[in-house]
Design a protein around this ligand. Structure first.
Ligand code: V0V
Ligand code: CO
Length: 153
């Protein structure tokens, strides 16, 4: 069961203009968008940019079908988690997402330590993953996301 966190899945970055942010990461680092989604429940339009050697292909062997990502997040409205974050702190790192093997078991274990769960049950995340958030005030000011990726293979 331990350690609960199997890998770093993504770094979530809040931005005001998603297309501009994608352009910046492409021009600066040569990163490409592998998924672009609107997630109404989370209040975001988000892009996943794969990071790593031969990111998408090589990751099949390295990380069970999922490489590391930069997740660029644009709010759908001001009254959303990312919209409020931008108003309060401006653009920048919003959260860190970690891979877990079994998100229900991880939530039960982490909840048992007293860390506040923002999601008692997993929700729908990017590229078909199951996700759940942990309260930043209980984790040194870092909004932390658990990600269980279910391979379609
Ligand atoms: C807010 N705070 C943060 C924070 N957002 N601290 C660190 N990192 C963040 N991202 C702090 C804020 O500075 C305040 O601290 C306090 O929390 C309350 O802030 P607030 O503006 O009143 O915001 P709340 O309380 O309405 O909501 C904050 C939380 C909320 C974290 C509870 O944003 C939330 O539930 N987030 C989880 C969902 C989410 O973020 N979804 C978007 C990503 P002080 O000043 O009181 O000390 S979606 C995603 O990643 C997907 C789809 C995916 O990966 O697949
Ligand atoms: Co995320």
């Amino acid at each position: 069961m331990l350690p609960l966190l199997t890998r770093i899945d993504h770094v979530g970055i809040a931005c005001r203009d998603l297309d501009r942010a994608i352009g910046l990461y492409r021009a600066t680092f040569g990163l490409e968008v592998v998924s672009l989604e609107v997630n109404e429940e989370q209040g975001v339009r988000e892009a996943m940019l794969a990071v790593g050697p031969g990111a998408v292909e090589a990751a099949a062997a390295l990380a069970g079908g999922r490489p590391g990502y930069v997740q660029l997040l644009e709010p759908l409205a001001p009254d959303t988690p990312v919209g409020k974050f931008l108003a309060r702190r401006g653009e920048g790192i919003h959260h860190v997402g970690y891979g877990v093997a079994d998100i229900e078991a991880a939530l039960a274990a982490i909840g048992g330590t007293g860390i506040r769960l923002l999601d008692e049950r997993p929700r729908h995340g990017s590229m078909g993953a199951s996700i759940a958030f942990l309260h930043p005030a209980d984790l040194g000011g870092v909004l932390t996301e658990l990600v269980q990726f279910v391979s379609s293979a």
